[in-house]
Design a protein around this ligand. Sequence first.
Ligand code: M6R
Length: 614
Amino acid sequence: MCGIVGYVGDQQAQGVVVEGLRRLEYRGYDSAGVALVADGQIAADKRAGKLANLEKAIAEDTLPEATTGIGHTRWATHGAPNDTNAHPHIGAAGRVAVVHNGIIENFAPLRAELEAEGVELRSETDTEIAAQLLERAVLAGADLTTAMQQVCQRLEGAFTLVAVDAEDPERVVAARRNSPLVVGLGEGENFLGSDVAAFIEHTRDALELGQDQVVTMTRDAVVVTGFDGSPSEGTPYHVDWDLSAAEKDGYDWFMRKEIFEQPRAVADALLGRHDENGRLQLDEVRLSEDELRNVDKIIIVGCGTANYAGLVAKYAIEHWTRIPCEVELAHEFRYRDPILTRDTLVVAISQSGETADTLMAIRHAREQGARVLAICNTNGSTIPRESDAVIYTHAGPEIGVASTKGFLTQLIACYLLGLYLAQVRGTKFGDEIAAVVRELEQMPEHVQAMLDKAEEIYALAAEHAKTRAVLFLGRHAGFPIALEGALKLKELAYIHAEGFAAGELKHGPIALIEPGLPVFCVVPPRGRDHLHEKMTSAIQEIRARGAHTIALAEEGDDAARPYADRLIELPKVSTLLQPVVAVVPLQLFACELATVMGHDVDQPRNLAKSVTVE
Ligand code: M6R
């Protein structure tokens, strides 16, 4: 959601900034703009729509050469997505330009104050308020850094601001509160980005900024302060992936590439997690064994796909540890006044580590004294930084808006957490844990076996190009997979898709079944006899009512075959781990169906990769 880029150095800023914006496109946006500092003036252009619109405009009406610049891709919150509301916003005197991510909550009184003083605002945005306030401070004699510190002390809400001053061409100043921003550290040049993808082709050395910090960037220096001007510092780190990881590598979509990266991602998520005796060691979990032994309740919070990873985790964690485990949508969590104590472990699952709903949930949990463990893919992001412990999923950058390898590696991290708790608390014997770990280590191979069926799934998708609704059924750990299969179709193919627990059919959803309706059925492995039988009966019931049944069942399972119009065979794995393989054909199906329907798979309409506002 909103991408921000800043640059100062000796390269042409326009190129660096536009390229940075391109790498942030995946976050979702509906307009784009740049501002450069050249010859004591701000030169800017901004356009509604895709980055290509901005590039076309700049090609027709060129901007002057400059080595300092800022850029923005906007996902509209205050005001429609049009040219006027696009960022950058420039003060009335044309001296200060600002880009912004987030929402300034007290924008109405600030706007009224400016209007009362005769300032004519051009846009409907909250950002323009910040531009005007900053410019007024600069015109009153403050340098841009001081102006930023002063203005930030007046703002409420969540924001990242990046500003340049026409009369101070060597300086870019930024600030952050509850919204992402990282600094890229170069040689004789420095960068700012909403995330490291913005500058990864220039440097892999980054500086993580804390809450309520202002950063001043020149070619040779990066200086961090608090909003009150007190000296402060960021945390330097090295990014462990490179540009090629953020490129499409010949695939048509980042999503497809990321689906095919899953065997590697799952293997990486498992790397180095146990010693030579098979004893799990989760170094990043900075909670003592005593603290983990005392945990009497687990609450998993997350949104969308991350929430479904949590639903799968519940089955595994309760089974292995016997600790009661609740799963809650992060945005519902704090509003129900959950019962939390020091012995409650809140597990926050987030690929991006920046989802505002999840962040607010963990802040609430910590305020109430609970411990928070993050399962996250993005090093240095806010959620792990504000948690007591973290398990990184090591999936590499996930660019497609639809989460795929992010989900699979979240599952792996959840399994590892469950097994680790079982080890610490002694609820499973070491050999039992080692057996599950061995099975997990076979998962990359099993996932690859599912990917090898891609052409079969693509053909199935092509047959359904005109389908307007699809249902998904599952039971036990297969139920969240039904939900995930449906979510993938909704967000990518824009068709009505629902996931149900198969046992719920007779309580209402079976009324939806009509001749020809495609229904994906995730059949539990035969190891769970009673579940397996019940699922097979459900398939018979819907087929009898005309549904077009597509069964996902383990190889050699002939029970579902007579009632399946199509059978997708899954490798034999245990019930709790089946989600890892069962979700793959559903991802492939959604990606291909959306492609066949002519949709933009990587940037589905109305969606943002990283939802940084509540
Ligand atoms: O970055 P997060 O994991 O916190 O994101 C949570 C959801 O917004 C995300 O999973 C979303 O549902 C995806 N678009 C699903 O594909």
